[in-house]
Design a protein around this ligand. Sequence first.
Ligand code: IMP
Ligand code: MG
Length: 198
Amino acid sequence: MHVLLSAADLAAGIDRLSAAVRESVEGRPLTIVGVLTGSIVVVSDLIRRLEGPIRLGMVWASSYRGTATRPGRLEMRLDQLPDLSGQDVLVVDDIFDSGRTLEALLAELRGRGAARVRSLVLLRKQGRSEVAIAPDFVGFEIPDLFVVGYGLDFDGGWRHLPHIAVLDPQDIAAIRAGRPPHDAANVSTPGASGLSRP
Ligand code: IMP
Ligand code: MG
């Protein structure tokens, strides 16, 4: 397990993304639609750097089961969404992998009368897209590796890490066998994220 993007890298990425969104919205009202559960950290960091009238709604989507690292059947729940008619909407997700989640969500949201629906992802895995759509805003292009932290999980764990870490195949095998990844203690401490230790 090793750090791919430090907390400082991620903060700089959120600064870039929020500047790009602010510039494109130009003070008009914006409805952010976050995709639970992985987007909670990027959504909370992003909305605090946006200006102008912002509304927030959350949907839930998942295509993972337990310790799988490739997507399965997509499930979505959109029952907590506010009324989107006439709204400028920005869907925010943690990562664009096959693109199936975003493709399905955009189709659903476009059927709800929004004036405009765009999308933002913190991470995009290179060479994995299976769809014709692409996100409008991308924080970081990353290699085809399984990553955790900053909202992203493996089998429900690791979402709380302040950085993005790569789970190597031997880490995944260890977790599946009920053992911790080899240097998890190092990765989960603040020191590994670029912050100073107390
Ligand atoms: P897609 O539908 O294949 O684009 O997958 C998007 C969803 O899969 C994301 O919202 C994540 O929840 C999950 N996902 C894809 N790759 C990873 C990863 O490397 N780590 C953790 N979750 C991932
Ligand atoms: Mg997700």
